[in-house]
Design a protein. Structure first.
Lengths: 486, 118, 495
């Protein structure tokens, strides 16, 4: 037997996991620091975690255009991963900025909140850079377990408990599906490497009619589709999104979703490329189903937080359109769209964070009446985010949808694009209704409880800047997204 | 390829049939003379005291969970110790990192008071 | 294609972004409504002066009078291309003029003035942008940008039924324009696939080779957006609601400017991009236009709300415009464009005056009005002038456009022309009914009985002067239209 250390050392490449490594270290240090602080002092942890995110971000940016593979091909830090890493980091950063005052208002000033977000982000980053189904699964679990805790973070609130438990049960269930898929694919191909599976399938003469491969591909997809919140695996989203603490809802709808898309794209695009025709057909149906269900159910919602939950389902559907297209434009469109969505959706939730009373029973449409006049800044901010969610120029929502639908049209899916556009028209109805309440109704409340918390405002401002920048001058970032496709 | 699995399928079928059959048959042809002792959850041993749905202090669970965590640590340490010479310095550092991570958790639960019984 | 005039100073951009600058100032200084008022007036006046200067400097010019081009979103080949020919120039002038009127008529805006003026200014940027863009995505951007302020103008400052009207307006126009977007992207991909040059530039896309089927689908996608905006029968149902519920400035903008963007979209984009499909569609357009003329006139006659009458009269007049386009000859097109401008001034004036009347009498209901002539002779005189122009009295603005359209229509098909003439008679019927019941008859109860104030004179005199001037001597306007129209008709645009 050779020197085992030699073998192990050769595949070790810390460069490839540097960002998530740094983030995890920060998380652990913060855990240690938090126990030595007095109870209820969360501000230092909050700021330290921001610093951790910034440091990680700088490290990620440094790795741009310098792909690093490591751990026997289980991890790769390419541009694709870096783009998603940055998206997740931005999501986490915006979330943390709006969290501190929120936690104090709701009566849960618990410092563990921040390390948990960092761990979630690290898990998301593993997912994005995993090139082995096991690595991806590992990332998925790190992400999920932290999120289960975060969703149920307000342990005294029934709704939050429900969210945590529901997410945990259904999440565990979907993980089972995914593992089963991994097992089947491993059974057929003898490897869990993304590239290896692709190779094995390519060499198989009748791959697309092999029941094991088909079952494996479908089960694997179910696991990802669950995390994305695509129909028909979306049933957990509304309850979990509504029950979870609002910043966590914002985070969940952006960061982890982006990571799930990243891993999903890598696996389908590389491993299952031979099954492209069948997979595209499946995604076609799912995309249409997801957009339609999300939009039509959102119309019936009176609670704005819940409405945004359904709208996030429909946005997952728009992003899936890029998967259907299965071409460079469609895939880079997803990258771009997830970044756009991070800004606009987290921004919208940040506004909700500010205007919520303790317990957040006032986040209904009626509760928004006259917001635009009583709190002009929040009104304008919300209007910008809503216009972006609708997909109107000159906001990022427009350029994002443009990118995605251009991909679908390029691949010849005209009807899909038309259905997507019709869905956008439907979505106008419920987004506009918020606007109607904000500006066309006389204020019922005076919004005197709203404290303009500096950090949350900063988070909103960053989101606005992102939405407008990506809407008006999307060129450079689009270029980066195109360079990020493997 | 699938036909290879036929024996497994047959085995599953027989197993299910046997299990279901035993339960159904004993229900059908068995004699039933219920008494208080027979219907108790445990037919032998101590007589029951109170309800089974009693609540335990959460501390038991915490201790149990921590035990499992550090037990796993020991599970990893054994094979590592066996191969220690071959792994050399790399193995030492690697295990050091592993222990350090667990140590962070240990300090955390300690400071949180999870190890204090009162 | 290269610009004929290399502009040393980006005048077009100045024209375009100046109002947006005013918006920002208004929002920053929102606590002083007086300041906002003056800022917005000065901004609109500056735009008007710049536009006038550009018009004067380009008398006798040909080709693109002004042109700007810069890279914008490079990965998709989207460029920031602005161009101004005679048609855009006149429409920009009209925009600048009516915006000044819109600001002046809402001078006493009490409810949230800063936001109001800010939105009116955003509107101006959007409309000017539509008239100047030569890149399809840029065009789409401004096309949508017009929508947002109008939605708020109707919804916040409108009359009784405002929320319904605002939402209906938004839905109709946006639903139409989403298909425009799809068609734009599809055309872009077809063109890029053929030539390898992915571009949204109008001139490039005109070279795309399309099968008749593709061409027709794309054409319909474009036209849906434009027809809804014009609006052509049967897509007009949003218009009466929007016009009626909008505040005065909103009505002026809607009738005077927004409707024109639809027509402009047709002649600048839809027809040149898909000439064969356009030719096939002309009879249908003519039929819809004729039905619209009669239908709208008929409905207008039974309206009791003055604003609704004028709203339906707009549908009828835009029917004439579309009929002129469908006739597809130089005369008719010049007439259509002239009618568009004249209709903008006339209808803008009418809405301004209805606001003044409503101010004084507290109602727009024809049944509750009467005898205004005896109380407000000056106001009534102006009102009569605009009404007469609207019904097409020779010597006033609308007549000049209508007669050209009718001549052109006769040239294309005598049947169309004949029916359209009958439509003119109809419009006389409903306009005279308005005049009769509002100005003559018994005096009703009034809230105020002061005649025109200085500010109101300032609005009305220029508009009235233009109504007379353009009616008597439209030649300078036609001069600007001649070359661009013949180019559009023959080759679909600049060579």
């Amino acid at each position: 037997m050779e020197n085992l250390a030699q073998i192990a050392m050769e595949s070790v490449n810390f460069q490839a996991i540097m960002p998530s490594l740094v983030l995890c270290c920060f998380g652990m240090v913060l855990l240690l620091v938090s126990v030595f602080l007095e109870r209820g002092r969360t501000a230092p942890i909050c700021w330290l975690s921001i610093i951790g995110l910034v440091v990680t971000g700088i490290i990620s940016i440094n790795g741009w255009n310098d792909p690093q593979a490591g751990f026997a091909g289980g991890v790769v830090l390419d541009n694709f991963a870096t783009f998603f890493n940055l998206t997740c980091l931005i999501a986490a950063g915006l979330t943390i900025l709006m969290s501190d005052s929120y936690l104090h208002r709701e009566g849960y000033p618990v410092a563990e909140y921040y390390p948990l977000i960092l761990f979630t982000t690290a898990g998301a980053m593993w997912m994005a850079s995993g090139t082995d189904l096991m690595t991806i699964f590992l990332g998925l679990e790190v992400l999920s377990v932290s999120l289960y805790v975060l969703a149920g973070f307000f342990r005294g609130q029934l709704r939050s408990n429900e969210a945590g438990l529901k997410y945990f049960f259904l999440g565990a269930f979907s993980t089972g599906f995914m593992l089963y898929g991994v097992a089947l694919l491993y059974g057929v191909t003898g490897t869990t490497k993304v590239a290896g599976i692709a190779e094995a399938i390519r060499l198989m003469p009748d791959a697309s009619s092999n029941p094991m491969i088909i079952a494996g591909a479908i089960l694997l997809s179910i696991g990802f589709l669950f995390k994305i919140g695509a129909a028909p695996f979306h049933m957990w989203t509304p309850d979990v999104y509504q029950g979870a603490p609002t910043p966590i809802t914002a985070f969940m709808s952006a960061g982890p979703k982006a990571a799930a898309f990243a891993a999903f794209m890598r696996v389908t695009y590389i491993s299952l490329d031979s099954l492209q025709v069948d997979m595209s057909a499946m995604f076609w149906v799912l995309a249409v189903l997801t957009m339609t269900i999300g939009n039509f159910v959102a119309i019936a919602q009176k609670d704005v937080k819940r409405m945004l939950a359904f709208s996030s389902i429909s946005h997952a559907g728009y992003a899936l359109v890029g998967m259907v297209a299965w071409n460079e434009v469609g895939f880079s469109g997803i990258l771009f769209y997830m970044l756009v969505y991070t800004f606009m959706n987290i921004g919208a939730f940040a506004v909700l964070v500010l205007i919520g009373k303790q317990g957040e029973d006032n986040l209904t449409l009626d509760g928004m009446a006259g917001l635009g006049y009583k709190r002009p800044f929040l009104g304008v901010a919300m209007a910008i985010f809503l216009f972006s969610l609708m997909g109107l120029p000159p906001t990022a929502g427009f350029t994002g949808k443009f990118f995605i639908f251009a991909g679908a049209l390029k691949a010849g899916y005209v009807w899909l694009a038309i259905l997507g556009v019709l869905n956008s028209a439907v979505s106008l109805y419920y987004y506009l209704r918020v606007m109607v309440y904000m500006y066309f109704r006389d204020p019922v409340e005076d919004f005197s409880w709203v404290k303009m918390e500096m950090a949350t405002i900063v988070s909103i401002l960053i989101a606005i800047a992102g939405v407008l920048y990506l809407g008006v001058l999307p060129g450079p970032v689009m270029e980066l997204a195109k360079l990020s496709i493997f | 390829m699938l036909e290879n699995y036929l024996p497994v399928l047959v085995l599953i079928g027989i197993a299910v049939a046997f299990a279901v059959g035993s339960v159904v048959m004993s229900g059908l042809i068995g004699m039933k003379k219920p008494s208080a002792v027979k219907l108790a959850p445990y037919e032998c041993g101590m007589p029951l005291v109170g309800s089974a749905r009693e609540r335990f202090s959460v501390k038991f669970y915490i201790i149990a969970m921590l035990f499992i965590l550090f037990d796993i640590e020991a599970v990893f340490l054994y094979p590592w110790a066996v191969m220690f010479k071959r792994l050399g310095m790399f193995g030492f550092v690697e295990m050091g990192v592993f222990i350090a991570i667990l140590l962070v958790g240990f300090i955390y639960v300690w400071k949180k008071g999870a190890l204090e019984w009162e | 294609m290269t610009p004929d005039v290399a502009t040393p100073f980006p005048l077009l951009s100045l024209l375009l972004w100046l109002p947006l600058g005013g918006t920002l100032l208004c929002l920053l200084l929102r606590h002083s409504s007086n300041l906002c008022r003056w800022i917005s007036l000065l901004t609109t006046l500056t735009v008007l002066v710049v536009a006038l200067g550009m018009a004067v400097s380009s008398i006798g010019g040909s080709g693109w009078l002004f042109y700007e081009d810069a890279a914008w979103i490079e990965p998709f080949g989207i460029r920031y291309t602005l161009g101004m020919d005679g048609i855009s120039l006149l429409l920009v002038l009209l925009t600048a003029l009516l915006q000044v009127a819109a600001i002046l008529i809402s001078w006493r805006q009490k409810q949230r003035p800063a936001l109001f003026y800010a939105l009116v200014l955003v509107m101006e940027t959007g409309i000017i942008g539509v008239f100047l863009s030569l890149d399809l995505i840029l065009f789409y951007l401004f096309w949508e940008l017009m929508l947002i302020p109008m939605f708020f103008l109707i919804g916040v400052w409108g009359h009784e039924n405002r929320v319904y009207a605002a939402v209906k307006f938004f839905f109709f126009t946006l639903a139409g324009s989403l298909f425009l977007l799809l068609a734009i992207i599809w055309l872009y991909l077809l063109h890029g696939g053929q030539t390898g040059d992915y571009s949204f530039a109008l001139d490039a896309l005109r070279q795309t080779v399309l099968t008749p089927g593709q061409e027709m689908i794309l054409y319909i996608g474009f036209m849906l957006a434009f027809i809804v905006k014009v609006p052509l029968f049967p897509f007009h149902t949003w218009l009466p609601d929007a016009h009626t519920e909008a505040p005065p400035a909103g009505s002026v903008d809607l009738a005077g400017l927004l409707l024109k963007t639809g027509v402009y979209g047709m002649i600048r984009f839809a027809f040149p991009l898909f000439p064969a499909a356009a030719q096939k569609s002309l009879p249908f357009l003519a039929i819809l236009a004729l039905v619209g003329i009669f239908y709208a006139a008929w409905i207008a006659y039974v309206q009791t709300d003055m604003k609704r009458v004028i709203a339906y009269s707009s549908v009828a007049h835009l029917g004439f415009v579309i009929l002129g386009l469908a006739a597809w000859n130089q005369l008719a097109w010049e007439g259509s464009l002239l009618l568009m401008i004249n209709h903008g001034i006339t209808t803008g004036g009418l809405f301004v005056m209805i606001a003044m009347i409503q101010d004084r009498s507290g109602t727009r209901e024809l049944g509750k009005l009467g005898g205004l002539w005896t109380v407000f002779p000056n106001l009534s005189a102006f009102f009569l002038l605009f009404c007469l122009s609207s019904l097409g009295l020779p010597g006033l603005a609308n007549f000049a456009g209508e007669i050209l359209v009718l001549l052109g229509a006769f040239k294309a098909d005598p049947l169309w022309g004949g029916m359209a003439v009958a439509g003119v008679v109809f419009s006389a019927a409903y306009m005279l009914r308005v005049v009769q019941s509002a100005l003559w008859g018994e005096s009703k109860k009034l809230a105020r009985n002061d005649d025109l104030a200085v500010r109101e004179w300032l609005i009305l005199v220029p508009l009235a002067a233009l109504v007379v001037l353009l009616g008597v001597y439209p030649a300078p306007v036609l001069e600007f239209l001649r070359e661009p129209v013949s180019l559009l008709l023959e080759t679909g645009g600049m060579p």
